[in-house]
Design a protein around this ligand. Structure first.
Ligand code: BDR
Ligand code: CA
Length: 322
């Protein structure tokens, strides 16, 4: 297992093998658009999980996006239909009843892969010729179950980049962020695994706010992908994002960090996840004064050049990113 070093910005480098574990979801959709348009990333598969909407919709949405992006060869795997312990919580009030409300998307041009996402993760991470990076933009159920079944897959993981949690805030409760709240036990398994983790918390994503001006620039690209992105973001921007000046674009920050780590700053810390308390369940407790004993700390991002992130997203939606 290596340290959680950033991907590096060199377009000449070999594409980085990546698995995206997601629950599309509008911001997951934009993350997929950027990742699948990047020549610096080799997306081995998209695994889906119940989260923003139930599993049948997240899996279906991933296939619609794959079709829209003209990438039928990227396999989509359906994973866990519910959290490890709790009952399912979803976020239709943000993403709409389909999970991707606001845009006309194509029907999928192919089925999901027959293998379960957890089996795919285990197989891909056990057999990979080089360690694989995981981009996690959803409740962490699939990865946690894979780690419980086969802890030795850690050796096949280069880095795990996770959108979730908050150092000083929550978005579904005063202290908990949706992905960790939705499956706190899974988040706990992952953060106790000793894997090399980079955490992209709300403190960063709440600085990456979609405005009408950005949406207009995306629409002006004039492609089917950019129109869909603009339509999705128009819907997403119209939903309630209390006390923010725009809609936070959480999940694309994971891909942006992989592509341009220099746009972000962070610090090493111990991160633990609350699973017991009714009041604070799902909270990520970030302790920067004490580092975990015997294993590497989590890299917690806290600053972002949001203009740079939007330029990166725009370039990739225009097909000019790398
Ligand atoms: C996270 O929750 C989901 O609604 C988003 O897709 C993102 O992954 C933000 O809290
Ligand atoms: Ca998500």
């Amino acid at each position: 297992m290596s340290t959680p070093e950033p991907a590096g910005d060199s377009p000449a480098a070999r594409p980085r093998p990546l698995i995206i574990d997601c629950d599309p979801g509008v911001d997951d959709a934009i993350a997929l658009m950027v990742a699948l348009n990047s020549s610096a990333l080799d997306v081995l598969g998209i695994t889906t999980v119940a989260g923003n909407v139930p599993l049948r919709l997240t899996e279906y949405n991933a296939r619609r996006l794959r079709t829209l992006l003209g990438r039928p060869g990227v396999p989509v795997y359906a994973g866990c239909p519910r959290p490890m312990v709790q009952t399912l919580v979803t976020a239709e009030e943000i993403h709409g009843t389909t999970g991707l409300d606001g845009a006309e998307l194509p029907e999928p041009d192919g089925e999901a892969a027959p293998q379960h996402a957890v089996s795919f993760l285990i197989e891909a991470l056990s057999a990979a010729p080089e360690p694989v990076t995981l981009a996690c933009t959803a409740p962490l159920t699939n990865l946690a179950v894979a780690l419980i079944q086969r802890p030795e897959i850690a050796a096949g993981i280069r880095a795990v980049v996770i959108m979730g949690g908050g150092v000083n805030r929550g978005n579904i409760t005063p202290v908990a962020e949706f992905n960790f709240y939705a499956d706190p036990h899974a988040a706990r398994v992952v953060f106790e695994s000793g894997l090399p983790i980079t955490l992209v918390p709300l403190d960063v994503t709440h600085q990456v706010l979609v405005t009408e001006k950005i949406i207009a620039r995306i629409r002006a690209i004039g492609s089917a992908v950019s129109s869909a992105a603009a339509d999705l973001l128009t819907y997403y921007g119209s939903m309630r994002h209390p006390a923010l000046a725009g809609a936070p674009l959480h999940d694309p920050c994971v891909i942006a960090w992989l592509l341009r780590p220099g746009l972000f700053g962070g610090f090493p810390a111990e991160v633990r996840i609350e699973t017991e308390s009714v009041l604070t369940v799902g909270q990520s407790v970030v302790n920067r004064r004490r580092l975990p004993e015997g294993r590497q700390p989590v890299t917690v991002l806290d600053t972002v050049d949001s203009v740079g992130v939007f330029e990166l997203i725009l370039a990739h939606l225009a097909g000019a990113g790398n």
